[in-house]
Design a binder for this molecule. Structure first.
Ligand code: NAP
Ligand code: 8YV
Length: 320
């Protein structure tokens, strides 16, 4: 198949490096929104590949009769209806591994920010309060001696665990299936993990099973010295339950990079002092986002040149 004649659809915005490299190689068809594609039948019939950062619903897949591949930006691909794609034999790819280090680094930074209140301390200095009022208050919490539970010990969870080891904390984890390549303590339920630890770091995908998994019971089990860090997906946390837990001291503090309805952040979070908030920046460095953009493009090129995608999602595995 000649790559020059292949039309690639881009619904919404995508990383500029991905767009530029795709434009070099393919004919691009860019539309403002996946929800209201506004394509003519002739345009829709031309689309063979797609590159997306965000939503690619079944309603869009349904109107593209010749679509063969969707390359999604990001390791989490919950915005793409993979079941609809798989049912049509459409390959979906994502961008695993190239962001593991960045996301794990951010998880550790968010943990320290949350436990030691470092952003609040910097704001205190910048506001001139050190001079006017004296030393910033001692942080009630410390990382020292903590028992950290990792919810999701996959590619990124393992990197988080590796970074935690030098902090001399105890590490345990919960996944659906235990790993045979680590010596950390395994818990077969999230509730059991939360009961055993005082610090919970969540790095699981958005799936029907994980939605609302960190609920009032899990937060209660984490306890009054408990710290919750979420760098996975916002939907994993029952946000109203977390707000209540932070207000009532059911847990001590939380650090969130992700939210259920981004970019909207519940106003109650902003009013709380025992929470550290980031606007979904865990992978957001120029080098890492460039690597993710390259993997989106390289997947499309590999697929159309060789018939073999580089990093397909498990739901649409490569079959020779
Ligand atoms: P991964 O390698 O697939 O790891 C996922 C882990 O979650 C596995 O250990 C898996 O183990 C576990 N898991 C899945 N479903 C579970 C469930 N219902 N209960 C308990 N554990 C479950 O994925 P990854 O590359 O580490 O990425 C993880 C997620 O992080 C992504 O899907 C994305 O949503 C999020 N993420 C966020 C950012 C950010 O910017 N904040 C950046 C990158 C990734 P089992 O299959 O054995 O359960
Ligand atoms: C990106 C992410 O922020 O890879 C993921 O799953 O959540 C992040 O790396 C996101 O994909 C940007 O659209």
């Amino acid at each position: 198949m000649s790559a020059e004649r292949i039309t690639v659809l881009i619904p919404g915005r995508i990383h500029p490096r991905a767009r530029a490299r795709l434009a070099d190689r393919f004919e691009l068809l860019e539309i403002a929104s996946a929800d209201q594609p506004g394509l003519t039948q002739t345009q829709a019939a031309k689309v063979v590949g797609a590159a997306v950062s965000g939503q690619f619903p079944a309603s869009l897949i349904d109107i593209l009769p010749n679509l063969k591949m969707i390359a999604s930006f990001g390791v989490g691909y919950d915005g793409v209806d993979v079941q609809a794609a798989a049912a049509r034999g459409i390959v979906v790819t994502h961008t695993p591994d190239v962001l593991n280090d960045e996301v794990a680094d951010t998880a550790i930074a968010l943990l320290l920010n949350t436990v030691r209140r470092l952003p609040a301390a910097e704001n205190y200095l910048r506001a001139g309060r050190w001079v006017q009022e004296g030393s910033f208050p001692l942080s009630p919490l410390s990382l020292k001696g903590r028992h950290v539970g990792i919810h999701g010990l996959g590619r990124i969870g393992l990197e988080i665990a590796a970074r935690l080891e030098p902090f001399k904390v105890t590490i345990s984890y919960h996944t659906r299936r235990p790993r045979d390549d680590v010596s950390y303590g395994y818990h077969d339920t999230l509730l059991s993990l939360a009961s055993a630890v005082d610090t919970l770091i969540s790095i699981v995908p958005k799936t029907p099973e994980t939605i609302g998994a960190i609920n009032a019971d899990v937060l209660k089990a984490l306890g009054p010295n408990g710290v919750l860090i979420n760098v996975g997906r916002g939907t994993t946390v029952d946000e109203p339950a977390l707000i209540q837990a932070l207000k009532e001291g059911t847990i001590a503090a939380a650090g969130l990079d992700v939210f259920a309805e981004e970019p909207k952040v519940p106003a109650e979070f902003l009013d709380l002092e025992n929470i550290s908030l980031l606007p979904h920046v865990a992978s957001a460095s120029i080098p890492t986002r460039n690597a993710m953009a390259d993997l989106v493009v390289d997947n499309l090129i590999a697929w159309f040149d060789t018939g073999r995608p580089l990093t397909p999602v498990p739901e649409t595995p490569f079959k020779a």
